[in-house]
Design a protein around this ligand. Sequence first.
Ligand code: PLP
Length: 409
Amino acid sequence: MDFFLYYMHMHEVYLDWAATAPPDTFALQVQEEAFREFYGNPSSHHSIGNKARELLEQARSLLARQLDCRNNELFFTSGATEANNMLVFSLLKRALTLKKDFSSYTIIISAIEHASLWEPVLTLKELGFKVKVIYPNSMGIIEADTLTQALDKQTIMVMVMLVNNETGAIQPIAELKERVMTYSKTNGRKIIFHCDIVQAVGKIPLSLRKLNIDSASLSAHKLGAAKGIGALFIKKQLEIDFFYRGGAQEMSKRPGTENAAGIYSFAKLVEIKQRSLQKNLDTAGGLMSFLMAEIKKSPHIVILPEKRADSETAHYSPYIIPVAFPPLAGEIVVRVLNEHSIFVSTGSACHSHKKERTRVLESMGVPASLAASAIRISTGPETTRSDLSSFLAAAKTKLFKLQQQTNRD
Ligand code: PLP
């Protein structure tokens, strides 16, 4: 392959789909038309409002069908961050309402959760809740035995995501939930199982009914719909009270005027993505194999975890892979690639401080120096082999030299 040729014909190469997807043309069009036609406030009691409400309910039922849950189990929010926060702080509401000592509740959270779940849980810990962190194995997977060992009689909530946003590792949620149910049955205490499904919706096969989880958070912009839209799924039987007050929207769980047009466009987009899910997965799988094969030929780039290339592809989303360019810092790699119009990130876009940046990779045993050197490559349905070749070409012509220089210094 003539890397130089690719490099000469360089265009913008977007490999940061896990941070946000470029706007989907279909979703944009649906949203614009719906916004013009259904501009009313869904809570207004006149025809214009009723029209918007009907659109909103149509979206709810469409999305519920795609996710395999009931309409009245979906509550629209401003995104997954809000959905995750709502859920976590509902525990504070419960403890205050029942006048329970905070330390009488144990929250179990995996070490690989997104900051939007991790940080609110840290806040509850500061307030006195007992928090147990469960760690993944070296492949980035939370094992069922690890969870079983952490469960105790005071456990109120378990949080493990479906697809990790930094490693792409797919967690065995149904198996983990099974362990929680078995434990719950013997101890007679209901344990809420929450799952962040942000990086899974419209990307890998997913059925909320089959996963049997109690709550889940999702986000629209990861698929190419508008930012500022998401949802919290809560199983019908579950009684959860939230802090929010101020309106009866979203069955009084999340007050505030809904963006009916944006939500409708999100639901329609999920429907489309579900239809092309397998085709997109196959394409992404082919691209990932190509990328990994090329990287394996290069001693300068390290795939994380290093054993991923030899493992079952079924354990990973083919849309996400972290790689490292030691000894360069991930930030430098991002900057150099950016100068050549190749856009990647150093893991999640939501890290609030440096230690947080390497939390996920370090939790699976990646040495701190290698984790600090990592970047995340994430693809989407529009990514091409030529995009990946441009990345490899830039790595070869720009980063390898820099790595050698840094090694010499
Ligand atoms: N959870 C995961 C796994 C994510 O990747 C993100 C996106 O950064 C979020 C939650 C937050 O989503 P939102 O941007 O909708 O708040």
